[in-house]
Design a protein around this ligand. Structure first.
Ligand code: NDP
Ligand code: MG
Length: 446
């Protein structure tokens, strides 16, 4: 193996972010070796990836998928007498195997592109051994922001945000900002004043930006997944349509950029709400050309612009701190003579507010909100609840937690002390509780 090459593991290689990552990597195979990949249901696509890149490992969900992929490879090798073209990839399966390819000592970089809670353990495992982590899987931070960022710090992992808005904010922050090590007030650990006033988080507004509020309850899954600017996986597309995506992204920004350091232990619910609402400003920008940024105290605003294509932020993460080509069209300024910036309508898209509420409730609130959202989305996909009921369920579960936080925290932590509140076990307990609570509320709804 060429020692100059960086070995990369792509968790979720068959997905939308995984595919964009491979598109960029194809241009830079002089710098990267695709060391390990994973997929869940798209076994043929995973086979094609193995055929093209011959990674050392491929991980699937279960033994049936392992056999299926192994058969495809065995047949392919039998038909190919040229030993240079044989696939030598070892097929593993299950959650432990995902953690294994995230932690492997030969791996330099981990692209965390699983979706939802499934990504928590492997991404945390990568942080535990101090990997360079390119984080697309925002739910990891929503579920376990505190634990994950502590782990990043403790093991000196390098964390780079892939999510386009957070990548844009990262690019707009003072040079040298390190996720997990700096906060927005005191960059560089040397407590240098940097003059940041607030971060500006843009949102496309999704496919229903201009839809009448009364028509929202009858929209279909297909309509919800039909995003005007971005081609993404199903879950994030639906999150975009409800604007739950922006809710998750507010929480993601809170942890990535050390905004938690602005809060004091004795801040009240209302004080936290006020601080975070001031610090993270959501702006609807339907064209998705301006991808978030930072407002400074002197009135300067620095934002990042590009085509709405995830290959741009992925390239930035892969080449950081340098830059290399992402193989997308450059921005044609003269095509965009009407860039808009609009105040979000939280009556029509109430999910945005849940972020501020969850952050103000603290403890397991983000985790609980994420779990409720994963359940309500699944019921919506299966046509068992209406689009607008995603918010109803998410807010009911969050409110129930708010009302019963003391007793539930004890339950999640098995009555251990507060110091130990956020560990993997308590996080998984809270996640499980919230999923069953969401199902309970859905039964009542029906
Ligand atoms: P996709 O659904 O397209 O891909 C998810 C990947 O994870 C696929 O490889 C899928 O395998 C695999 N996977 C799904 N469920 C499981 C599971 N339970 N266990 C193991 N593997 C699983 O999602 P996206 O690529 O769109 O999104 C990935 C993450 O990036 C999400 O957190 C999303 O919010 C975030 N993100 C996505 C953006 C985008 O443009 N797509 C933009 C910004 C952030 P398979 O497909 O084989 O079933
Ligand atoms: Mg985003």
């Amino acid at each position: 193996m060429n020692s100059k090459l960086q070995n990369i593991t792509i968790l979720g290689a068959t997905g939308s972010i995984g595919t964009s990552t491979l598109n960029v990597l194809r241009l830079h195979l002089d710098k990267y070796k695709i060391y390990a990949v994973s997929g869940k249901s798209q076994i043929t696509k995973l086979f094609d990836i193995c055929k093209e890149f011959n990674p050392i490992f491929a991980v699937v969900l279960d033994i049936t998928s392992q056999e299926k992929l192994q058969n495809l490879i065995t047949n392919y090798n039998a038909e190919n007498n040229n030993s240079n073209e044989k696939i030598t990839t070892k097929i593993l399966f299950g959650n432990d195997a995902l953690c294994q390819i995230a932690m492997d000592k030969n791996v330099d970089v981990v692209m965390a592109a699983l979706v939802g809670a499934a990504g928590l353990q492997p991404t945390l495992a990568a942080a535990e051994v101090g990997k360079k982590i390119l984080l697309a899987n925002k739910e990891v931070l929503v579920m376990a922001g505190e634990l994950f960022m502590q782990t990043v710090r403790k093991h000196k992992a390098i964390l780079l945000p892939v999510d386009s808005e957070h990548n844009a904010i990262f690019q707009s922050l003072p040079k040298g900002f390190k996720c997990g090590f700096d906060d927005l007030e005191n960059i560089d650990n040397n407590k240098i004043e940097n003059g940041i006033k607030q971060i500006l988080l843009t949102a496309s507004g999704g496919p229903f930006l201009h839809k009448d509020i009364h028509d929202l309850q009858n929209v279909s899954v297909e309509q919800a997944c039909n995003h005007p600017n971005w081609k993404m996986g199903k879950k994030v597309s639906i999150d975009s349509a409800t604007m739950m995506n922006k809710c998750l992204e507010i929480i993601e920004a809170f942890w990535l950029f050390g905004i938690n350091d602005l809060l004091k232990n004795d801040d009240s619910y209302e004080q936290i709400l006020a601080k975070i609402t001031n610090y993270i400003k959501v702006i609807i920008h339907p064209q998705s050309v301006v991808h978030s940024g930072v407002q400074y105290v002197d009135g300067s605003v620095i934002m990042q612009l590009s085509q709405p294509n995830m290959q741009v932020p992925i390239s930035y993460c892969l080449s950081y701190p340098n830059r290399f080509a992402s193989d997308i069209d450059f921005l044609d300024f003269f095509k965009y003579n009407n860039l808009q910036f609009i105040q979000p309508n939280t009556q029509k898209f109430p999910c945005i507010k849940l972020a501020y509420e969850a952050l103000a409730i603290r403890n397991f609130a983000g985790n609980i909100l994420n779990a409720a959202n994963e359940i309500s989305i699944n019921y919506f996909i299966n046509k068992q609840i209406k689009f607008t009921e995603i918010y109803t369920i998410n807010s009911q579960v969050l409110n129930y937690y708010k009302q019963n936080a003391n007793i539930l925290n004890q339950q999640f932590t098995n009555n251990t002390s507060d110091d130990n509140l956020q560990n993997l076990e308590s996080i998984l307990n809270a996640d499980k509780w919230a999923r069953s609570k969401a199902e309970e509320f859905i039964q009542i709804l029906n």
